[in-house]
Design a protein. Sequence first.
Length: 126
Amino acid sequence: MKVETYLDLSFIGPHTKIFKHNDQLYVPMRSIVENIGLSWPSQYKKLKKSFNNCIAEIVVPGNNGQSRRMLCLLLKKLLSWMMLINPNQVAVDKKQSIINYQDECADFLFYYWTVPNFAHLVKSLN
């Protein structure tokens, strides 16, 4: 059974669909890639090469009501993929958001691994 919900990250596209597949949450990648202005063929190759154990081709309902097979990435790996994006290759209106996201992730990881008790504090929030 597919559970459909939405992810609302303005810089990758509003109402990005999320699907449950094999008890994991996946996000279709083509619409995200194209919305931020990247080339789908090159990102498709990158996903197949770098995230091969985290992707699945899932039959999902399209906007027109017809089902179609889409390459989907585990939702928990989406943010890792976004760290690998070259901001100079995205649409001009998305560039600063990608740069800000990557800077914030780098800062968080720095504090997580270098500041005493930071990792414990973050884990206690769950």
